[in-house]
Structure formats: C-alpha cells, structure tokens
Design a protein around this ligand. Structure first.
Ligand code: PHE
Length: 346
C-alpha cells in the first residue's frame, strides 16, 4: 500500500471523527465513542499501527509520526469535549438540585401560653425580682379564712360585695386570694413578703365578670411598713406591665381587711391620660385594690400590731390581660379560640 493512500485514509478517518463528534452531546457519549475509536484491535485510530506492516520500511517512520499526530489530535479533541460536557452536566445538575433559600419557610405552628398565664408569669417575675415568694393557696376555703379572719364577720354587709358559692355552711369556693393571707400569717413569722396567684369564684356573670377568674394577692408584713412602700412597689409594677410612662394614682376605698384602703388607678396607657374609650374619657384605669393590713387581721393571726405593720394588694389578672391585650369580653379568655390566643404572644 502506498503512503499516499494511507494518508488519505487518515484524513478520511479524521473528518469522520469530526462528523461523529458533532453528533455527540454528553460526556458518556464521548467516553463510549473514545473507546470505540481508540480500541487497539478494532478502533479506527487504535488499530492504525497494524497497517504499518503494509508499508515499505522507509515510509514507516513518516506513517508512525502521522498516526501519532492523529492520535494526539483525537485525544485532545475528546478531552476538550469531555471537559466541556462535564461542565455543562455539572451545571445542569446543580441547577436541578438547587434549593431556593429565598423561598419563605413554612411556618411551624407553635403553642401559646394563655394570656392569663402570660400576665401571671410577668407579675410573678416583677414581684419575684423584688424578693417576693410564691404562696399557693387553696381554692376551697372555710368561711373563716375567706371572710371572718379578714374582718368580715357573718352579718357584715361586705359579704354581699362578693356573691359566694357555698359548698356547705362551712366550706366555700374562695372569693378572693386574700384568704391565703391568713394562712401565711398564721404559719410564718414576719418579715413576710409573698404573692399568691390563683383562681377565685363569685356568682357573677357579664362581659367583664366571670364566675371564675384569677387574682394575684400580695402581702408584706414587717416593721415600719407604710402606704409609701405600697405605692413604690406598685409604681414599679405598673411601669413594667404597662410601660415606663405609666403613672399611678391612689383613691380612698374600703376593704374590711385593710385600713386605710385604696383603689389603684394607672394613667391610661392607650391615650396617655388625655381621655379615650378605654379609660372612658377619664385618663385613668382602675387596676387593683390594696391597703395597709388592718391591725385586727394581724392580731387575729398572732402578729403584734404595735411592732409590725403590713400592706396587701389584690390584682385582677384577667382584668390586666384584658386591658393589656385589648380584650373586651372576659369570655374570650375562657373560650380557647385559637384565633384570639394566637394573637397574644408577649
Ligand atoms: N381581695 C380584694 C378583692 O378581691 C382585693 C384586695 C386584696 C384589696 C388585698 C386589698 C388588699 O376585691
């Protein structure tokens, strides 16, 4: 065979490879085609060296050089295309596997503490930071602890202030956490500094009253306790609950177990005191009852009222929650409607 002929064959092979490569669209295709072309037995290029024997001796070096050239050419071609396809394929894979991190995450449903529990926890935190300890009283009380020991004897008109659920002539559902004051003063020596959260019960039912509601009792007994201490503590309390700008106002009131007794108002946190719907135009909102513990109550618990004095307050937890979160019907606090509860996460 002539070298010319072979050279022509090589040129043909080259252009055939070019044509075939133009059809291939993937690195896998390149891999397979490369195997086919380079195979030393059957490959178009791989088997070229076998033809060497057909040539005359002096032509063989030239032919060998040509075959090596075309082999190198093919290798380079395959390598380049392989790299190109691999890059494309990687890009495509990344695109297919891409995670859109800008997509808004699915919101996980979480539970909420009941507004009353939130307010209770806040009040406990505030008074806890002032050194108060928690006393958990009993929901079922005797007439003595709920009334008599609090200076409300049997025929006292103040009993009518709180319509009571009696369980028997002696036992009742406590109408006020104040009953706990007596247990504490009977069992602890001053100094006493407690708060007592809990449910209380009264036969009362309208938009702002429920037969069951929650109170937070506070009691401090020590030497030299005065109304000023009460005012100072309550000032801190309302600022933390309703905001730093909130002011307090004490109004004279009456409770049999405190003397003097006060009703505590806060400046309206909605209008700042100008007068609005929430404060009924007065600029003030009543939030709790309080006073200096009546000497008679101290003495009844065996505390010397010439040495010690005390202050007490009773906060309506539901009322604070309603004011704070704009709830206008106390029933909303007991219906467990998630649409309401979900909005209050303080
Ligand atoms: N126990 C009173 C009530 O339920 C509130 C109160 C508590 C008043 C402590 C004075 C002192 O209305």
């Amino acid at each position: 065979m002539e070298l010319n002929e072979l050279n022509e064959k090589l040129a043909q092979i080259q252009s055939q490879i070019e044509n075939n490569l133009a059809e291939i669209k993937s690195s896998k295709g390149i891999f397979e085609y490369r195997k086919k072309v380079m195979d030393s037995k059957e490959g178009k290029i791989g088997s070229l060296m076998k033809e060497m024997g057909k040539l005359q001796k002096e032509q063989r070096a030239e032919y060998g050089k040509r075959v090596n050239e075309i082999r190198n050419w093919a290798q380079a071609k395959f390598d380049a295309l392989d790299a190109k396809f691999k890059e494309q394929e990687q890009k495509a894979r990344y695109a297919a596997e891409a995670i859109d991190v800008t997509l808004p995450a699915k919101k996980l449903k979480k539970g909420y503490l009941h507004p009353n529990t939130q307010v209770k926890n806040q009040i406990v935190d505030i008074f806890g930071s002032m050194g108060f300890q928690i006393y958990e009283g009993n929901e079922i009380e005797t007439d003595y602890y709920n009334f008599t020991a609090l200076n409300i004897p049997q025929d006292h008109p103040a009993r009518d202030m709180q319509d009571t659920f009696y369980l028997s002539p002696e036992f009742l559902l406590r109408t006020q956490t104040s009953a706990g004051q007596i247990h504490v003063m009977e069992s602890q020596k001053p100094p006493i500094k407690i708060i007592s959260p809990g449910k209380v019960f009264r036969s009362d039912d309208d938009a702002t009253h429920s037969p069951m509601f929650s109170q937070m009792e506070g009691l401090v007994v020590d030497k030299g306790i005065t109304l000023c201490d009460l005012q100072g503590m309550l000032d801190v309390f309302v600022k933390k609950i309703f905001g730093e700008d909130t002011r307090t106002r004490l109004r004279p009131s009456y409770f049999p177990f405190t003397e003097p007794s006060v009703e505590v108002d806060v400046s309206c946190f909605q209008c700042g005191g100008k007068g609005c719907k929430l404060c009924k135009g007065t600029g003030w909102i009543e939030v709790l009852g309080a006073g200096v513990v009546n000497r008679k109550v101290l003495e009844g618990c065996g505390i010397d009222s010439n040495v010690y004095s005390g202050l007490a307050f009773g906060i309506g937890i539901d009322r604070i929650a309603m004011l704070k979160y704009g709830i206008n019907n106390i029933k909303m606090l007991f219906e467990s409607d998630l649409r309401v509860l979900e909005q209050i996460d303080d």
